[in-house]
Design a protein around this ligand. Structure first.
Ligand code: ATP
Length: 134
């Protein structure tokens, strides 16, 4: 059976390089399931989980925005930050969640509010993926 090469890359370096049967990504327009021989495309990603399925096992990677590039045999994700579930520090993400919530309560500046909203989304995403709830 054909497989996909999956590469998830951030400015800190590669986060995951593996073979997969299927990838499910959270794009700005909804969930996208990718099998080998998928048509070539590029799509922006939402802050969310990316599921990488191989046989009976599924790895979930927390991806914080960025882009997915699909080619028939290769899926590449470029994101400003991404973590595999086993590398997520859930306690740190909970601290970040509380900090972002406090900022959302106190902050008046619209740009700062937007940044705090994104911080909150990243923290919630890390908690969900880190706790295996994605
Ligand atoms: P924090 O305030 O905890 O740093 P953040 O949302 O500001 O969270 P980012 O700017 O998105 O963090 O990421 C900075 C770096 O830290 C990235 O390399 C990211 O992968 C890593 N990182 C952030 N939070 C966690 C976490 N909870 N567990 C593991 N790595 C994390």
């Amino acid at each position: 059976m054909k497989t996909l090469q999956v590469n998830i890359v951030t400015p800190d370096g590669p986060v995951l390089e593996t073979e997969a049967d299927m990838v499910i990504a959270t794009t700005e327009t909804g969930e996208l399931g990718i099998l080998p021989d998928h048509i070539a495309m590029v799509a922006p990603l939402k802050i969310g989980g990316l599921r990488v399925q191989k046989g009976d096992s599924t790895d979930v990677v927390a991806v914080h925005g960025g882009f997915i590039e699909v080619r028939p045999e290769v899926v590449t994700v470029l994101a400003s930050a991404a973590e595999t579930a086993d590398t997520i520090d859930v306690a740190r993400a909970k601290i970040a969640e509380n900090r972002a919530k406090a900022k959302l309560q106190a902050e008046k500046d619209e740009k700062e509010l937007r940044l705090a909203e994104l911080e909150l989304q990243r923290a919630i995403n890390r908690i969900r993926v880190g706790e295996g709830k994605f």
